[in-house]
Design a protein around this ligand. Sequence first.
Ligand code: IPM
Ligand code: MG
Length: 356
Amino acid sequence: MKTYKIAVIKGDGIGPEIVNAAIGVMDAAGEKFGMKFDYTDVLAGGCAIDAEGVPLPQKTVDICKDSDAVLLGAMGGPKWDNLPGDQRPEAGLLGIRKALGLYANLRPAMLFDELRDASPLKSEIIGDGLDVLVVRELTGDVYFGAKHREGDDAVWDEMKYTRPEIERIARTAFEAARKRSGKVTSVDKANVLEVSRFWRSIVHKVAEEYPDVELNDLYVDNAAMQLVINPQQFDTILTGNLFGDILSDEASMITGSIGMLPSASLGEGTLGMYEPIHGSAPDIAGTDKANPLATILSTAMLMRYSLGEEEAANAVEAAVQQVLKDGWRTADIASPGKTVIGCVEMGEKTAAALKA
Ligand code: IPM
Ligand code: MG
């Protein structure tokens, strides 16, 4: 039987609940498709600060590097909000992305037909559905530029991109678009930022290698607006780390719930990290109210991109669809007439649908 090594970072807040639910579904997929998962729990984020005094222990990095894939819940919470920037839980998240070289963040924002009512957009704007892939650069930009402080009077963060960083993420987007409807929208702020003018020129150069893919550019402010007035125009959105952070939250919300959307962070090899795009939701942690579906859908991406188990990945996605079709909802996606269940039960229903 194929055995895969999975490093598991449950993290903070609702992290442990949603990851436990997702592991139940992975095991169900393992049973059905002849795979065995060897899970190793590792610490990062707030729980690592509490246990080891740092947001990203070296042991965590080593175990993740030695795994086939990393499954992550969420990191952060008010408890650690007053720590200096480099000691906060978020530093653990950025640190692990960087340490594993995960420069390409894929964030698919898809509207499940069953959840049309949950979208805040009018039906005529949704049209026949929403299906956008945000390709966010993940290890550069102002997130990783040098930070400066001049006493109490001035502070600045450097926004920086190098040519190879832009070329490789552009290729990720063009390749992805090729498998979808063949359209890339590159988002920048080239009317103001030098970094964006550079970004745009390199993206256009890379585009010459992909004559079959259509490319257009949008300024980020316009892109934010277009996402809510005409989301149909988008297929693959290619953008930098900061704009991608913001636009992926927006793209997710128009599909109804941020609790539904998975993500994959990929590098050069097959090792990837998979996490829901939502945060640690400390307000509902421990109450069994969290929606585990984004994490469950992240395990489908894990099987597809890191393990090459396409059939199992499709089965996990189909199981989620089935559970929604059967009318089961967590509170965040509930609409009148549907049955609200908790995180544990949602995980169990999905595992059962997968085995059925
Ligand atoms: C995300 C999150 C992180 C980010 C935070 C928690 C550092 O918002 O994954 O989108 O900004 O990348
Ligand atoms: Mg974010």
